[in-house]
Design a protein around this ligand. Structure first.
Ligand SMILES: [Zn+2]
Length: 447
């Protein structure tokens, strides 16, 4: 009935926010109606049916999958019972809240208190198993021993139920100390291994307040998930009513989980719902998507393409093939890389050997290599200009200022020809021009 109320609400064309608010209100109203005499009860908002074979491992404390819960949905789980002194109180508290949970019972405890097992079942909770003797280091046991623990636990709880029914194929390994062998064995048996999404550390020597704080804080951190508690601890009995009240105040909803059977098909879900927080399209993923395993879906061999399908540029190849009348042969020589013919050795010997003088750095080039300061360069240029002027003046006294106002060599040419003595004089000027400053060569002549 509750599920139909949710379904009706979701079919309305409302915004997500409105749906959330109305769902919360509807859930509270439903819980109060479904839990007569307890108006403050949180209730059980819905029941989901899961197929263990489809999802053999769950719980984000150890795996990357968990139950397909919506935001603010919580699944309550209790381990290690039944122990009458405390387990009965836990059942009473849950009954007062009409909250359904999953109990992972220990076979030895079931043997000692079969009535406690039946109480859990009769109260409508899910009965699951937690091995026979609750070994603390189960991951260190030989696999045969682990298998025995698992199977004996199931057998003991089945015997305690006493009606021929078996517990749910849900299994929690003591201390969550599971290994690959146990996982593989559970999968072959159709058992679903339940880790958890957050514990409340109620097996440790902490106060009930601490248990309450951890339960709420860790739930808030993940927003939904499987809460791991123990129904054999007095601190859990003390903390549980506060936890349930706070969950209701904060808008959380309790979800009951049952296994799929022949008469009860699994609740339809999408794979992404089994992730605690499925990646959003707006969030960049840090890993590349997996390369799919490609498999041939058609005939084992593909037909050889006809030559006409190929875009050959070499017409000779087609002609040659046509003459041979066969399929498509390999070209006689590799088309790529292209083969180049080297010149004969005698040709190489005929090339002129460069003279050693070509590699000799002239003495005057040192000034350029040492990058003279602008002042020294200007002085050197002035000296060269004066010498040149004197030379020109000697040739033609009628044009005394020509040599002084013209550079001895173009700036670009000077940079490309370090052998020229004129480089030393012109390079600072060219450099200065590039830097946006002008150098008045004529003015230097006056110094
Ligand atoms: Zn345990």
């Amino acid at each position: 009935m509750i599920a139909s109320v949710f379904g009706a609400l979701r079919r309305r064309p409302l915004t997500a926010l409105c749906v959330g608010v109305l769902s919360s209100v509807a859930a509270q109203a439903a819980s109060a109606a479904d839990c007569p005499g307890h108006p403050d009860a949180i209730g059980t908002s819905r029941t989901i049916v899961v197929d263990p074979r489809a999802h053999p491992i769950i719980g984000t404390m150890q795996y990357n999958k968990t139950l397909p819960l919506e935001d603010r949905e919580v699944v309550l789980t209790f381990d290690d019972g039944p122990l009458p002194k405390y387990s009965n109180q836990i059942l009473d508290i849950l009954a007062a809240h009409c909250a359904k949970a999953t109990f992972f019972l220990v076979g030895r405890q079931a043997n000692g208190n079969p009535e406690g097992v039946r109480k859990v079942r009769d109260a409508g909770h899910t009965v699951a198993t937690h091995t026979q003797n609750h070994p603390s280091g189960m991951h260190l046991l030989p696999l045969d021993r682990s298998k025995q623990e698992i199977e004996q636990g199931i057998a003991s709880v089945t015997a305690a139920l006493g009606d021929g029914t078996a517990p749910a194929p849900f299994l929690r390994i003591p201390g969550l100390r599971v290994n690959d062998g146990m996982e593989a064995f559970a999968a072959t048996k159709g058992l679903q291994i339940w880790s958890a999404d957050f514990p409340a550390d109620d097996w440790r020597n902490v106060s009930a307040n601490r248990v309450y704080d951890l339960a709420i804080q860790r739930l808030e951190a993940k927003g939904k998930g499987i809460l791991l508690l123990h129904d054999i601890q007095p601190r859990t009995v003390e903390a549980l009513p506060r936890i349930l009240r706070e969950l209701k105040t904060r808008g959380y909803r309790i979800v009951h989980v049952v296994p799929a059977t022949a008469d009860r098909p699994a609740t339809p879900t999408e794979p992404a719902q089994w992730q605690l927080h499925p990646p959003s399209e707006t969030v960049a993923i840090s890993r590349w998507p997996k390369v799919p395993k490609f498999a041939a879906a058609g005939p084992a061999a593909l037909p050889v393409p006809a030559l006409s399908h190929l875009d050959w540029r070499t017409t000779d190849l087609g002609l040659r093939t046509a003459r041979r009348g066969r399929g498509v042969p390999l070209p006689p020589a590799a088309l790529w890389p292209r083969q180049t013919t080297l010149p004969p050795v005698s040709t190489l010997a005929a090339l002129p050997v460069p003279a050693a003088s070509l590699f000799k750095i002239q003495e005057s080039a040192r000034l350029t290599l040492l990058a003279p300061s602008p002042r020294r360069a200007a002085a050197a240029q002035a000296r060269l200009t004066e010498a040149s002027s004197a030379k020109v003046a000697g040739k033609s006294r009628r044009q005394p200022g020509v040599a002084a106002t013209q550079p001895l060599a173009p700036a670009g040419h000077a940079e490309q020809s370090p052998q020229s003595a004129g480089v030393v004089a012109t390079k600072p000027a060219a450099q200065a021009k590039r830097n946006g400053r002008s150098v008045r060569v004529a003015g230097l002549k006056k110094r």
